[in-house]
Write a protein that binds this ligand. Structure first.
Ligand code: NAD
Ligand code: UDP
Length: 312
């Protein structure tokens, strides 16, 4: 069945891949973005499609439309961008969620929240299961993002229990791939851009902190499949690639794959930077059989090729 679908943050990294996949699946897509970190460039190839509409709007303001589903992705996701205007980041997560949930309630749409592994903060449970309540500094430099997303989860749950809104909460772990912004500041894009330009690779701390990197195509497939599960399935649900690497290993792998002459340098670790992160994805796997299929090396090669063909 052809559905009308609103994607907030649709011109961003994940949003643009999602819009493309939903269009390919035969749906009508409304891509909403304020272009803070997203770019028209990410969706320009979709503009010719009569079932695609690009809307400039900020979700901290109410928005009205008639759709069947809403994917709420609007929110800066990289630390430098979400800390640039911390108050705005909280407003986007909190007021934006209120507006989108209010819309979903009025038009009886199903709504998915792009939550994050950051709700677990600097986790003391490893790997992280959905039952873990997290270890977040509520007043630290990451709190505008972490606490904003935690409040958004609370809002989603409360709109569900109080107003019977059909919700899905998806906790996304580090995802990478083509269309990441080259100046995004996140580790995969930073290292690849530095390696291609033969600039120093900047490891924050000693590089022993870990992350688990999911390739974007795997993530988007899982996100859509989760959205399509029955109404009684609301999450929160982890999604990500459980293969865990240290940041030093990631730097070495990118150096090897790019044949770069870059040196590795070590810079101070930012405050509250989580030391380890790895999703337990057994819940989503049991529910829909989802698991990532792209190995890190394969995904990195695709991402490196993208950045080599992009002006950086
Ligand atoms: P991104 O920065 O590329 O995309 C976010 C998009 O939201 C951008 O296009 C931006 O312009 C838009 N936006 C920001 N504030 C807005 C506002 N007030 N109104 C309208 N649009 C606004 O980041 P991304 O990696 O694509 O992340 C998308 C979503 O997924 C975010 O909610 C993020 O928190 C979540 N997420 C991403 C990751 C990841 O590793 N990529 C991990 C966990 C969670
Ligand atoms: N990082 C790094 N060098 C960079 C960018 C990031 O060493 O140029 C580190 C960062 O300190 C963190 C990890 O890589 O430990 C992942 O950072 P990112 O901002 O990508 O995501 P997050 O911390 O939100 O998981």
């Amino acid at each position: 069945m052809k559905k009308k679908i609103l994607v907030t943050g649709g011109a961003g990294f994940l949003g643009s891949h999602l819009c493309e996949k939903l269009l390919n699946d035969g749906h009508e897509v409304f891509c909403l973005d304020n272009f803070f970190t997203g770019q028209k460039q990410n969706v320009v190839h979709l503009l010719q499609n009569p079932f695609f509409e690009l809307i400039r709007h900020d979700i901290t303001m109410p928005f009205y439309i008639e759709v069947d589903e809403i994917y709420n992705l609007a929110c800066p996701a990289s630390p430098i961008h979400y800390q640039f205007n911390a108050i705005k980041t909280i407003k986007t997560s909190v007021m934006g969620s209120v507006h989108m949930l209010g819309l979903a309630k009025r038009i009886k749409a199903k709504i998915l929240q792009a939550s994050t592994s950051e709700v677990y903060g600097d986790p003391q449970i490893h790997p992280q299961t959905e039952e873990y309540w997290g270890n977040v500094n509520p007043i630290g430099p990451r709190s505008c993002y972490d606490e904003g997303k935690r409040c958004a989860e609370s809002l989603f749950m409360n709109y569900h229990t109080q107003n019977k809104v059909k919700i899905k909460i998806l906790r996304i772990f580090n995802t990478y791939g083509p269309k990441m912004h080259p100046n995004d500041g996140r580790v995969v894009s930073n290292f690849i851009v530095q390696a291609i330009k033969n600039q120093d690779i900047t490891i924050y701390g000693d590089g022993s902190q870990t992350r688990s990197f999911c390739y974007v195509d795997d993530l988007i497939n899982g996100m859509i499949d989760f959205m399509n599960t029955g109404e009684n399935i609301i999450g929160p649900m982890n999604i990500g690639n459980p293969d865990e690497f240290t940041i030093l290993e990631l730097a070495q792998k990118i150096l090897e794959l790019t044949n770069s002459e870059s040196r590795i340098i070590f810079e101070p670790l930012p405050q509250d930077d989580p030391m380890q992160r790895k999703p337990d994805i057994s819940k989503l796997n049991k529910l829909i059989g989802w698991k990532p299929t792209t190995q890190l090396e394969e995904g990195l090669i695709k991402t490196i090729n993208y950045f080599k063909n992009t002006t950086i």
